[in-house]
Every structure is written in C-alpha cells, then in structure tokens.
Ligand binder design. Structure first.
Ligand SMILES: [Zn+2]
Length: 421
C-alpha cells in the first residue's frame, strides 16, 4: 500500500456539501487547473462567495493543501453526480500556458491520486482519472466541462506522464527485509585475542559490516558472513560491537552487543642501576603483545630503536654529563598498543679534575664515583690508591718521564689524564 503524501490543512467553510462518503463511494479523480496563483486560489476556494471548492490544491513546487475532507463533497466539477463520486485536485497553473506543469506538481498529485486509487479501488485509467473538461454538462446533453464548460487541465497537461506516475506510486515495490544476528555474541560476553565473528542473516544481504564503538572496522561481502576480529587493539573493558547487514534499496539490519574485552595487558619491564657509568645495558622485557619495535629515549629525545628480540640496548653514559637523566623504553605492538617504562639514572662517570706534584707528592682530584686511582709512570702502574685523598709520594724525578693518572669508576669506567709538565 502506498503512503499518503503529507498535506497542509486549510479548511474552507460553506462551499461544500457535508457528507460521510465511504472510500468506495469515490470513483473518479478530477484534475483541475486554478487559472491563478497558489495563495489567491486557496483564499478563493476557501471562501463562501466562491460557490466552488476542491479537496486539494497543489502548488508548482509540489506542496499539497487540503481544503475539504475526503468524505465531504467538494463543488469542483460543475456536475453534482460527478462531485458526489469524485475527489477534485486543483493544480496551480494556467490552461493556456505552454510552460505546462512542474515535475514536482505531477509527482505530488500522482502520489495523492495513487493513494486514492488503492484505498478506493479506482482503476488507473482515463475513464476514472478525468479532467474537468471531460465532465458532462448536466444541463446540455453532449456538452462537457461541467455546467460552465471548463476546459482544464488543457493541452499542456500530460495524461501519459500523470498516469504513469500514479501507477508507479500506487504499486510501490515491496520493501526488502534483511535481518542479522551474531550467534556467538551476547551482551556481557568476554572476548579476547582474535575473535571469530559470525553473522546469521536472512534476506538478500550483500554486505555485513562490523562496527566497533561506532567505527566500521571490518566488512564481508560474501556469505557466509564472518571473519576475524582482533580485540587486542582495544583497551580492556566495555565496548560496543555491531553487525550491520545491508541489502538492496537501503534495506538494513543491525545487531548490537555490549561486550567486555579482556586481554592480557601489554607490559614493558626494564631495570637500570640507580648510578651508572660507562656502557649501560638496558633490556626491554615485553609481555602480552606482539612487539613491533622498541624505542629508547634519553631525556625525552629518541636515541635508539630496535625491531627484534631480545630488545637489548647498550647506552654509553659517557656521552652525557654526570647527573640525573631519564631513560625511557617505549614499545609499540602490532595492534597499536604501547607500553613504556621510565628509568631515572644518575650518571657518575669518573674524571680527573686536576693533579699536581708539590713537595714530592703527586695529588689527584677526581669527579664522579671513583673506586680507585692508578698512577702510571711510563705506562706502568706504580701505585693504586683506593681512598681519597689520592696522594702518593713521588720517589723519582719526573723529568723526562710520562706520568698519567687513571681514575677507575663503576662498571670499569675509566678516565685518564697526563700530568702536565
Ligand atoms: Zn476545473
């Protein structure tokens, strides 16, 4: 059954016959032309003085105004027998105007007439869809156009187009129906890892989409509809998963489930000594994901990366100043998750701050963490000092010899400096 198009009601008074016609009393649709503009025509047809009325009037833009109830008898045909058995539809326009009528007007009128054709069982033909000009003159046998010899709708009205549209709207195609459900999902279901989704559909489904939290993530164009949904790209917790089935002519069905994603969290573990010197080895140990890469940041700046196990980084602490530094290991997995660990390290590389020989004593000042100071003469260790102050009586004449102080710190880190002559 077609739907009746929307109408605006502007009821007239005193210019029609109250009746209670059942739908089957209506046998004709009578097509008229206003011979005037839309609003003036409405005001005229609403007024008592006009002694004329019409059930409907349709503007050139396709707007429908109803003036008389369909069960009442409007005075439009100039023939009371026809009036009693018909619905009158006025169309804004001029009979003699070669511009004719707009497509919107034909469509609106045909939708309205199609609804009457089906609800009153009126055959869609020229015997039942007539113009004012076809109405017999009730007083002069053989004459037409009603009692006043009207000629509307005239030669610029296309009956072929009109009846084609009426037939089209009277018998709209049956709506396509599709349904979808996921037999292995329900509200509250726990999902993890790679979930195999399946859709159970009815009707001519052409495509099923998987929509996660409002975003289309997957689609399948061939039955049986189903596939793999990777849940590890989502945060653990509640998510909405929708299966949307699409059929022809906009047919659609949606099944929505609130599921709980619970995957092992993606975690990065690493440790570093509180104090570091020399080469520092850092290892990122990752669980719960499929790692794509691990990046190493030093004080917020990316300094290294690694794409394969065992994600071990060798960081040379001698390249930075002694003091506190922040190292961060940041991993990304194949599902787009990240895991990171920040490590604060105090760098304590050894250094020789200064050294002197005075009164036959060789004294060395150091910086950083120093475990021992070695004093070398001509490349040979002559003294090893394990506690400050690092001072040693020089029992030889330094002239012509090479004197080097070596500070050994954490992790075997070494700093050397020759004694200036
Ligand atoms: Zn007319």
């Amino acid at each position: 059954m077609p739907k009746r198009p929307p109408v605006a009601w502007l009821k007239g008074e005193g210019n029609y016959t109250k009746a209670s016609r059942p739908p089957q009393a209506i046998r004709f649709i009578v097509v008229h032309v206003t011979e005037g503009a839309f609003w003036p025509s409405i005001r005229w047809l609403q007024s008592e003085q006009s002694h004329a009325s019409s059930h409907y009037i349709i503007s050139r833009r396709g707007r429908i105004v109803q003036l008389v109830h369909r069960s009442d008898i409007a005075w439009h045909a100039g023939n009371m027998a026809i009036n009693r058995a018909s619905i009158g539809i006025e169309h804004e326009g001029i009979v003699s105007d070669p511009a004719g009528f707009t497509h919107a007007q034909y469509v609106a009128s045909a939708k309205l007439a199609a609804w009457y054709a089906r609800s009153s069982l009126i055959p869609i033909d020229r015997a039942h869809f007539i113009g004012h000009a076809d109405v017999p003159n009730p007083f002069r046998p053989g004459a037409v156009g009603g009692s006043d010899g009207h000629t509307d709708p005239g030669p610029h009205w296309s009956w072929g187009k009109y009846l084609r549209l009426v037939r089209k709207f009277a018998f709209p195609p049956e709506p396509v129906r599709v349904t979808v459900a996921a037999p292995n999902l329900r509200n509250g279901k726990l999902v993890k890892g790679t979930f195999r989704w399946r859709a159970k559909t009815t009707g001519p489904v052409r495509k099923v989409e998987v929509v996660v939290d409002g975003k289309v993530r997957l689609r399948d164009l061939r039955a049986p509809f189903g596939g793999l949904w990777e849940t590890r790209g989502l945060a653990n917790g509640r998510h909405t998963i929708e299966l949307r089935a699409h059929g022809p002519r906009g047919a659609r069905s949606v099944a929505r489930y609130r599921v709980v994603v619970r995957n092992r969290p993606y975690v990065l573990r690493a440790s570093a000594p509180l104090e570091a010197a020399g080469l520092v080895e850092l290892q990122a140990r990752l669980t719960g994901g499929k790692t794509k890469q691990v990046l190493l940041f030093l004080d917020g700046k990316r300094v290294d990366h690694d794409r394969s196990r065992p994600y071990v980084f060798s960081w040379n602490s001698a390249r930075v100043a002694n003091g506190r530094h922040v190292l961060e290991l940041r991993a990304t997995d194949r599902f787009g998750r990240t895991a990171s660990k920040r490590l604060t390290v105090t760098v304590v590389n050894p250094a020789i701050a200064s050294q002197t020989v005075a009164d036959g004593v060789w004294t060395v000042q150091t910086k950083g963490r120093v475990e021992r100071v070695e004093l070398l003469v001509d490349g040979e260790v002559r003294a090893t000092l394990t506690a400050a102050p690092f001072a040693w009586p020089l029992d030889l004449d330094p002239a012509g010899r090479t004197l080097v102080a070596r500070a050994v710190g954490l992790n075997g880190a070494v700093a050397e400096a020759p004694l200036a002559p």
